[in-house]
Design a protein around this ligand. Sequence first.
Ligand code: ATP
Ligand code: MG
Length: 203
Amino acid sequence: MSATNLTEEEKQQARLLKKKAVVDQRIAAATEERGVTILLTGNGKGKSSSAFGTMARALGHGQKCGVIQFIKGRKATGEQLFFGEHPRVDFHVMGHGFTWETRDPQLEQQAADQAWSLAKSMLADASIDFILLDEITYMYKYGYLDEAELISALATRPAHQNVMMTGRTAPRVLLDSVDTHSKIANERHAFANGVKAQAGIEW
Ligand code: ATP
Ligand code: MG
């Protein structure tokens, strides 16, 4: 039967098969087995929550996880209350200093240094499968930490280790070096229409 005699259904089926062949080819070509670095940026809501969702996935597979939150809110977050209790999660919130409300450069520097030293030790620890460095990009924006040190620690980490990082903006070198980068755009946010921030959604 010539192509012109095909029914719509048959044409659709042929298109699907063609697409499947392309996908199968890509799957066959992806043979490298190693951990990845993932960076989530942008002004839209969903960066930290996506990173914690991925961590839940890793935990489901029995993996060991480490979390460092580089910005401390006023109250304990749901993710800290929930994952902090998990026996396979090493959860840290950066000490005093960096919050959205107060600025004390000396305390902030101290807290950033401590948090980075913890992150560095996790990035050298082969027993940790998944690391989440939440809001770490602000440390580079405000000049508390050196992005070259992060790039180097990521490059020399154990080969199987997965690392996720979040923050609205990130230094160019980091954007260029990660395996996966997603930018979440803000199309609309309830807050802009006067809806109050709430537990379980915002924190
Ligand atoms: P989430 O933790 O909900 O995934 P996020 O990590 O993408 O958010 P951040 O930039 O870390 O967002 O902002 C932290 C807080 O601000 C969260 O409580 C979040 O719900 C809220 N938020 C995020 N994006 C917006 C926005 N576009 N407008 C107003 N509030 C926002
Ligand atoms: Mg966040």
